[in-house]
Design a protein around this ligand. Sequence first.
Ligand code: SAH
Ligand code: SF4
Length: 425
Amino acid sequence: MIYFQSLTQSELAELLLPLSRVRRPGDLTDEMIDDKCRRQARYRAKQLFHWVYQKHETDWDQMSDLSKDLREWLKTNVEICRLKEHTKQDSLDGTLKFLWNLGDSKTIESVIIPAALQEKDEVDSNQDETDAATSSITPSLYAGKRVEGGLQGAQWSRLTACISSQVGCAMACKFCLTGIQGLDRHLQTHEIVTQVHELRRIAPITNIVFMGMGEPLHNLDNVAKACQILLDQDGMSFSKRKITVSTSGLVPAIVELGKRVDVSLAISLNATTDEQRSHIMPVNKKWPIAELLKACREYPLGAHRRITFEYVMLKDFNDTLEDAARLVRLMRGIPSKINLIPFNEHSGAEFKRPTDDTVRKFQRYLLDRELTATVRISRGRDILAACGQLRSVFGTARGTERHRDWAPAPAASTTGSVTSLNLLN
Ligand code: SAH
Ligand code: SF4
């Protein structure tokens, strides 16, 4: 059996080619027959992409415009992968987090993160971003109240699927719960695609970020192919601007990603000197900041696109204005936007979250120097939505015992006073 979600449309057409039949082949040259068969296989592959990804049909027999022969062949040769829900948690702020069981009983996480229309309006109205970021819109929408209308409601401007690329992660970043768990295995292409496919059944997902568990560029083949499938205009039809691959900085794989597929890039920078960065991200010892930024400068960005730089803010470690000044210098000449992420505390790390005031001052410093800098709220904090946290409590993570005592922040602090605008976009 082949998983449907592991195939690009052209691979599917190749697979269907031996099933193509041409009427009255005697009238045609070999070349003409071959051409007709290829066109037929391509047409069928397209029909199948529509059925599976756009109409969400899972029963081959219901695909009424396919021949009976083809349906029978599909039944014995191709399987539409489904992920089994292990745990689902919904947050007061609308964030919905899933822990999925894979075929081999490993578990992975995906999260749906909604961005409210009001948030978008505030940004689009082109007002001062800091004022917008500290305005009261998000608390009034979320604080202590359950979001009305579910994810189908019209109040969302964006529904972002945050998906995993590996079971665990090998990169061992010191602040990250997934990093502490270590790598179990890569996800296969169909396991990546199916996360989005499942979430699309639940909500009209508009954006995808590879910011769940795992280092996507450590699993480049499967991630690049999954992106190709997600971008297919006959399938889920995401636009290249709406898929973001986030990496801790595997330089050769960044270059390779740019060659294979046209998607947006995010870099988890998190520090501004090599000494500091190597301390929290071992990957920096292999590919230091200068090499990483060189790869960013050379990344094939289309017109009007920018690289997102994520910066996890760790109290008394990388949150001073000297850090901000170095960050400004590092960003010179790179079309960038900076996403400040106040550290999401967990018992597995030695770090603390800086105060909101420190975060705001850091952001103000960047904005005053004409950088785009947004602060990402810790969405879904009441449901363990930070990277690796759900799995560490309910799942099959190594190191689970060490984190049993981890408790989510109380719901009242879900919003905090620093809110996110331009969340992950
Ligand atoms: N491996 C990829 C993508 C997954 S991690 C990468 O590192 O980019 C997604 C983001 O979550 C990264 O920017 C990472 O720095 C951040 N992150 C991890 N643990 C965190 C925590 N406890 N608090 C805040 N951000 C965290
Ligand atoms: Fe892996 Fe990203 Fe976590 Fe680092 S931050 S350990 S690369 S998931």
